[in-house]
Design a protein around this ligand. Structure first.
Ligand code: C2E
Ligand code: MG
Ligand code: MG
Length: 264
């Protein structure tokens, strides 16, 4: 695996796919999340859960994270003229990147190079990244915030249950973990957790996105608790840049599966 990964980096086999996130009303696209894939010459497309841990272990996360920012922003910059002004690009950031001094400066350079305004970039962080409340982390955050970049907490609700970090970092939104969505229909505790996350987010004036909506039933149950933005296979799977461009040809319209309407 280690050797294969080193080769993949050399041969530039890592690619980005993009998953649209849609608004609860009209299902128009509000964001694209860039997601890493390994285009393996023999095995085909490999998902990040299979190789990210090895990348992390080998100390490549900083390098790969920079590639994701560079490539994602360049691609988004090309789409920008065709998109509504509120549509943003979401990029996942790892601890290895944020703990590197000069991260904010690097983001600024990439934004400029891609001609993307900072207000169109959203960085996704997990709760664990924010536990290290070091001065450097705070400084990087302050510098990014001054640029106009926004932050959301990914996989919200799966951390350690302390929301203390919300007081210390300029957070703009949360993404509810997909595991909650998968259980929302048959687990009362999960339903209560999702309801409380949506309530908390509303009180704090946060954006909320629910990840992992796969069925009309899940969407219906979610909408009974609130109406966050939606990211899920029901609407769009992660897809190549070329496939995303086909959406552009149709005016970026998302056609709700008929079954959603049928589910009420
Ligand atoms: P994530 O950031 O929470 O990304 C969302 C994951 O949920 C993606 O998995 C996406 O394909 C999946 N997903 C979206 N809708 C559905 C659905 O309806 N059903 C199901 N079953 N899954 C859905 P993916 O692409 O396998 O990525 C897994 C994780 O790998 C990401 O979770 C993120 O933590 C990490 N990752 C991916 N790309 C990057 C990257 O560029 N940098 C870093 N640091 N991490 C990344
Ligand atoms: Mg994410
Ligand atoms: Mg997530």
């Amino acid at each position: 695996m280690d050797r294969a990964i080193r080769q993949a980096l050399q041969k530039r086999e890592l690619v980005l796919h993009y998953q649209p996130i849609v608004s609860p009303r009209g299902y128009s696209i509000v964001a694209f999340e860039a997601l890493l894939r390994w285009q393996h010459p023999q095995r085909g497309l490999i998902g990040p859960m299979e190789f990210l841990p090895a990348l992390e272990k080998l100390g490549f996360m900083y390098q790969v994270g920079n590639f994701v920012l560079h490539e994602g922003l360049r691609q988004f910059g090309r789409w920008l003229p065709m998109l509504d002004p509120h549509v943003v690009l979401n990029i996942n950031i790892s601890a290895a990147q944020l703990s590197h001094s000069g991260f904010a400066e690097m983001v600024r350079t990439e934004l400029e190079g891609a001609n993307v305004p900072a207000s169109r970039l959203v960085l996704e962080l997990t709760e664990t990244v924010l536990f290290a409340r070091t001065k450097r982390l705070k400084d990087e955050f302050a510098a990014l915030e001054a640029l106009g970049v926004r932050f959301v907490i990914d996989d919200f609700g799966t951390g350690y249950g302390s929301y203390d970090y919300l007081k210390h970092f300029p957070i703009h939104g949360v993404k509810i973990d997909k595991h909650f969505m998968h259980a929302i229909g048959h687990n009362l505790i999960v339903k209560a957790i999702v309801k409380s996350i949506i309530g908390l987010a509303r009180d704090l004036d946060f954006d909320v996105t629910a990840e992992g909506i796969e069925t009309p039933q899940q969407l219906k149950q979610l909408n009974e608790l609130g109406t966050p933005n939606i990211q899920g296979f029901l609407f769009h799977r992660p897809q190549s840049a070329a496939a995303v461009e086909k959406l552009a040809c149709n005016g970026w319209l998302t056609h709700p599966p008929v079954t959603i309407e049928a589910a009420g």
